[in-house]
Design a protein around this ligand. Sequence first.
Ligand code: TYM
Length: 334
Amino acid sequence: MSNKPIIFSGMQPSSGSLHIGNYIGALTQWVEMQETFDAYFCVVNLHAITVPQDPAELAARTRLTAAQYIAAGIDPEKSTLFVQSHVPAHTELAWVLNTITGFGEAGRMTQFKDKSQRHGSDKSSVGLFTYPMLMAADILLYQANTVPVGEDQRQHVELTRNLAERFNSRYGHTFTIPTPQIQKETAKIYDLQDPESKMSKSAASEAGLLSILDDPAVTTKKIMRAVTDADGEIRFDRENKPGVSNLLTIFAVLSHRSVESVQNEFAGRGYGDFKKALAEIVAETFTPIRNRTNELLDDPAELDRILFTAAERANATANQTLNTVYDRVGLLRR
Ligand code: TYM
């Protein structure tokens, strides 16, 4: 047991590659935070099946997501990197949390509203509706103090806080109340083709999505074709120049510089030059991550060993919390 504060975060293994929004909005923060926090990073495969998944692909993408975490700098010796379905307490606590969540309260979650509107209510699963309570269970089982995520997860973390407070006041202090950590400048990376919308794996066109496992020829093409504007000036102005501002953010984060310094460097130069330089930085950042991901996938037994070891640790912590919850609620322990 350490005395370090605790963080928990996760990603769904629902695509063939993480995108640069996941990388900048979450993963880069995780890599830094694992140095000072007791960190749990989860591949949330139970969340992924709230929308239809191909079974073989889901299994492959679960390992692939874990491999990308490691390749991007998550150190399994420092952090507990595990797969959600390896820790049954997640679904067990989620059930208890479902029973203290209001139907209307869950219905107000904007991600549920968006997704169910897109698919229609008959095609939307009950699992999609209860998704946020499973996410709350993820966080609360580890008594996380901090949850580093992108802006789109803020409402889910707020719900988690409300449920934790409600449980604590009804049954006695049980859960730490978690705080979301959302980096202001990088909380939302936008689609390259539609820079008013969040970059997302469910976007209409592949061209707007920068995937970290894409070949550099592909990322370069996508960057060169990214939507900008007609005024020709490289300047950060989210409202009037969303495309250029998004590219500036990505450039600054990947080169560990401020937006201002990038802006100064490119003052008076054309979009073509700027995009070319950005494409180089993207390739430089992601080529080693892609190579390392492939190496890790070449040895699935070793990857599984890492995940199983972490799952043992995660189970030990999660079951402690679950036992307390069961006692408080009056459920006989297993
Ligand atoms: P997911 O898999 O959609 O995304 C993973 C992380 O990436 C962030 N993100 C972005 N950040 C900036 N710009 C973007 N365009 C962008 N797109 C995605 C997300 O905010 C997230 O941090 N429900 C979660 C997974 C989850 C979770 C948890 C997270 C399940 N349990 C517990 C934290 C704690 C999700 O679907 O993330």
